[in-house]
Design a protein around this ligand. Structure first.
Ligand code: BGC
Length: 741
């Protein structure tokens, strides 16, 4: 009887259930499941392996210590990264598709961080435009260019919030504010991925570095992070979440630990928060050797153990470490079979969404290389965006004309001086992997614009006195060391300056003095350049500083001796043209800082979102027993949100009702210009101490001289709420104060 019940009821129900399950699966799930049924365990592990490319790949060629072509053919590789050139990509893909048993295509990733060959300003600079639509378009163009060269996956956006200027990677992110950072994260994902990942002009994004990498203690790269849940949820996590909510296809784990647990094996982070709470459905990739480094973190004695830990915590793909495919006892991996299947499914799903199973050469259209990359239109756009990212920090009036020093007259006699005035390779900034450096230097763009005989150039100094120190910021063949003595160079600079009406200094950091592994403990202008500024100052001529840096720096001295300071960051391919556009008044500067410029390195970490203290300082000044310093103001030299213009804006009264807050802004000057209107909120009462003010809205507007515009911000729960110490979003009754400026 029992047997009959089994045969007549249980078996048919099971079959029905299985059929129903299959019917409920999407087309992509069915495809991937079918494929996975054919895969061996080793082939599944192979999909989790992401390798760098250090040379050309052909079957038989040796890359590193192994034969990469051979390994692709054996199904031991899921993806490659930083392989440039459509022919190279096509070749590697051909091996995967034609020579591996199941013909599973590879993913091709790259650090397309701020443009492909058309390089846009570094991300920190882009954030200073507050122009999220423009940033999205830059990401879209980057995707169009990269995909024309075979790349279908970028390791961007980097959305690590950072308040510590000592950390070099502040250059790669969007500054210190989580609200602005979230808005940019969303737009960048949209820009890269578009509406359809399978479109051959869009690529998959990878939000990084998950999580809190920008909180590295003491601003030292790769250092630990120790942070309360309250702080994480409000100040650091929102941009990652915004990227996930925007549908970002992948997430990269961060090198740091969080409260003692390295991110790469942090189950709370990679599974509980990311998967269960945020519902992320893409895959998690490790950072470069991030899994191997777990040994250094004492998470296990060998690669095999730490690989297991990373996988079971939620890491799906292994960049470089080969903890998953090599040097491991494959039998032990079987204990983790469920996770291997899950991770493999996620990687295959991404390949499916990218359309690689339909056409593995989808991103290998040779024709597109000629039409889509580094085009006139893309470069023109990069130029326009760069002008939006420059921040005018100071612009005093000349004693003789009573007019602001900037913009300069295009007929002025200009002495252009500084180690960065005539260097091509330093304009693009850090992480410009695919740059071709086929663009102008500042000297060349000025020479094009000024009348014959009006430009006097001198390098003036090296970046640093110490050659070894300078070399640390000159990776990738970007050396600009000059063998002449400081006196020789200085004499040349003084002679050039004497002939001119105005001195323009192109100084600051070389491009690799910020970025990865470029932490600094001293944030002032390197001494070699500072001494040159002081010598030039003795000539009593107007001095304009073009400050090239990938981070906020201490400009206290320069703000005393220079008449004008334009923070130009690293503006990408079109830096030089964009600088000329702004310096000579074709465009008004409109950038606003997204990262506070300190008065002293001792103030770091520094940001405007300071949490309240019971003893706040008054105007930053020292008063005994208040929260301040004996020897320095607590205020930044140039705060978050700050930036001057060639015109002036007047803000009317801020009118608030239950649903919105509005203000009328008028251009009261003589030049058409953009302005970034910012809304800050302050809770009068709250359950937990909150920042003294928080950005909760912004709009970038354009106003002709004399023109007025009413700018409104909707007041919603998002405007008022915050995360409590249980990481739950709460909205409290307030009352609230609104500040628009
Ligand atoms: C960086 C990542 C980058 C990766 C691949 C790592 O060192 O931390 O941001 O995507 O290298 O190049």
């Amino acid at each position: 009887m029992k047997r009959n019940v089994y045969r007549h009821l249980v078996i048919p129900s099971l079959v029905l259930f299985a059929l129903l399950l299959t019917a409920c699966q999407s087309k992509e799930e069915r495809f991937v499941n079918r494929l996975m049924r054919q895969m061996t365990f080793e082939e599944k592990l192979g999909q989790l392996n992401l390798l760098p490319v250090l040379g050309e790949i052909t079957t038989g060629a040796t890359v590193g210590e192994y034969d990469l072509g051979d390994r692709i053919a054996k199904g031991e590789v899921g993806g490659l990264f930083n392989l440039k050139g459509v022919d190279n990509v096509r070749n590697a893909q051909r091996i995967a598709v034609e020579e591996s048993r199941l013909g599973i295509p590879l993913l091709f990733g790259m650090d397309v961080i701020h443009g492909y060959e058309t390089i846009f300003p570094i991300p920190l600079a882009q954030s200073c435009s507050w122009d999220t639509t423009a940033i999205r378009l830059a990401a879209q163009i980057a995707a169009k260019e990269a995909t024309a060269d075979g790349i279908c996956w970028t390791f961007s956006p980097m959305v690590d919030i950072c308040r510590d200027a000592r950390w070099g990677r502040v250059a790669e992110g969007n500054g210190e504010d989580p609200y602005l950072g979230s808005a940019i994260a969303k737009m960048m994902v949209e820009g890269y991925q578009g509406a359809d990942l399978a479109d051959s002009t869009t690529m998959m994004a990878c939000v990084k570095h998950f999580a809190l990498y920008g909180g590295a203690e003491a601003g030292r790269d790769y250092n630990m992070v120790d942070m309360s849940a309250y702080r994480m949820a409000n100040d650091y996590l929102p941009p990652y979440k915004a990227a996930v909510d925007a549908g970002c296809g992948s997430v990269m784990a961060a090198f740091n630990t969080i409260n003692g647990m390295p991110c790469h094996c942090n189950k709370w982070l990679l599974t509980d928060l990311l998967r269960k709470q945020w519902k992320f459905n893409g895959f998690v990739v490790s950072d470069y050797t991030g899994i191997l480094e777990l040994i250094e973190h004492r998470m296990g004695p060998d690669l095999e153990t730490v690989g297991q830990r990373a996988l079971s915590a939620g890491c799906d793909m292994d960049m470089v470490s080969e903890a998953i495919t090599m040097n491991v006892d494959k039998h032990k991996w079987k204990e983790n079979k469920k996770r291997v299947n899950e991770a493999c499914r996620r990687v295959l799903m991404a390949k499916y969404r990218l359309g690689l199973f339909d056409d593995p050469y989808r991103y290998c259209d040779k024709e597109r290389r000629a039409t889509d990359i580094y085009t006139e239109a893309n470069r023109a756009y990069a130029r326009q965006l760069a002008t939006e990212t420059f921040v005018l920090l100071k612009n005093d009036s000349s004693a003789t004309t009573n007019q602001p020093i900037l913009p300069l007259s295009p007929t002025a006699k200009v002495a252009l001086i500084g180690p960065l005035a005539d260097t091509r390779s330093n304009m693009a900034g850090t992480w410009s992997v695919a740059a071709t450096f086929d663009y102008k230097t500042v000297r060349e763009s000025f020479a094009e614009l000024l009348p014959q005989g009006h430009l006097f150039y001198a390098k003036g100094s090296n970046v640093e006195y110490d050659q070894q120190l300078q070399q640390r910021g000159e990776l990738f063949g970007r050396s600009i060391w000059d063998e002449r003595t400081p006196d020789q160079m200085r004499a040349e600079a003084m002679a050039a300056a004497r002939k001119a009406d105005v001195i323009v200094l192109a100084m600051g950091e070389t491009s690799e003095m910020s970025g990865e592994s470029s932490s600094r403990t001293n944030l002032t202008m390197p001494k070699a350049q500072q001494d040159l500024i002081d010598d030039l100052a003795t000539l009593n001529k107007p001095m304009v500083l073009l400050n090239f840096t990938g981070r906020p720096v201490v400009l206290l001295h320069e703000s005393e001796v220079c008449d004008a300071i334009l923070q130009v960051w690293f503006g990408g391919s079109e830096t030089a043209n964009a600088i000329a556009d702004v310096v000579f008044g074709k465009v008004s500067p409109s950038g606003k800082l997204t990262t506070s410029f300190p008065r002293s390195v001792g103030q770091e970490p520094l940001g405007y979102r300071q949490y309240s203290t019971g003893r706040p300082s008054v105007d930053g000044q020292f008063v005994k027993y208040l929260s301040c310093y004996l020897d320095e103001s607590t205020l930044p030299l140039y705060p978050f949100g700050y930036g001057l213009s060639y015109t002036t804006f007047k803000y009317g009264e801020c009118v608030v009702d239950d649903s919105q807050c509005s203000v009328t802004v008028t251009n009261t000057g003589k030049m058409a210009a953009d302005e970034v209107v910012q809304l800050y909120v302050r809770a009068q009462y709250s359950t937990l101490a909150r920042p003294v003010r928080e950005l909760r809205g912004f709009k970038r507007i354009h106003l002709e001289p004399g023109e007025s515009m009413e700018v409104s911000f909707a007041i919603t729960d998002e405007t008022l709420g915050y995360y409590n110490d249980k990481m739950q979003f709460v909205v409290e009754p307030g009352p609230y104060e609104f500040i628009v400026e």
